[in-house]
Write a protein that binds this ligand. Sequence first.
Ligand code: SIN
Length: 316
Amino acid sequence: MSHDHAIDLSVTWLGQTMPGCLYNASGVWCREEDELEVLLASDAAAVISKSATLAPRDGNPEPRYCRTAMGSINSMGLPNRGFDYYLDYARRYRYGSGKPLFLSLSGLSLDDNCAMLRRLAEEGLPAVPEINLSCPNVPGKPQLGYDFAATAEALGAFDAAYSGLYGVKLPPYFDPAHFAAMAEILNRHPRLAFVTCINSIGNGLVVDIDSEAVVIKPKDGLGGLGGDYVLPTALANVREFYRLLPGKDVVGCGGVKSGREAFMHILAGARAVQVGTCLYHEGPGAFARIAGELAALMRVKGYRRLDDFRGRLRTL
Ligand code: SIN
């Protein structure tokens, strides 16, 4: 994928090799089939669909996304076409492109998540589920990943419902005790092949001085933060789970807007890197630009492959 031919950005994981290391964060550019197709035709190395619920949802009232000087705040509320729509797309997806398809699942209950996983298993498709344990934006539905007992129960149920490899999208954690407690739970599940770190930092509040008001309507202005705000938190989560989950992969997500942040995520241990806020603002051309910048940075540093520096973050 790189325009720098001596540099290899390919990634081998989940039993396949994908042509680069960058793809979209679920939620961005992936609700409609035509958006997914544009991603597939871009320099994204994989495609992930919008978090699906069993039934279609309109999501929260608008305005529900706001660009800010440091990134974004959103409270979308899981607007999506419903699981059947994404399953149908998965049936027709061009797996021969070499770009994996991930299906993000965000059932409103454990039963809903298991029902979607069972349907996916019945179809025997190569699409890989990324189960979202971390949506902060559905009023009355706390982020599952902050409830360790409920997460442990859910993972047991996922194992029973689905016989293939799967991943989970985690919320950010902020304390070493929580990294350790969550890792202990995740390590009980060999087919949990990857964790994606991080979802937005939930329930931030952006204030506009001129209007003396919040900037999004749902939840009186509370929403998930993305972009520059979240980079150090994302890196901490990638690095800690990289160290605590041997044999599993960590997908980095948070604050990637150039080759520099992608490099940081991989140095912290990320196998692959998702792009959210930057993709929202720039469009799918971001993938070629960021890949080119990453390749140029690797060339300057004398690295040819991502394995040359993945996880090799130095401490002082
Ligand atoms: C949303 O649709 O509210 C965003 C989903 C998420 O952050 O998990």
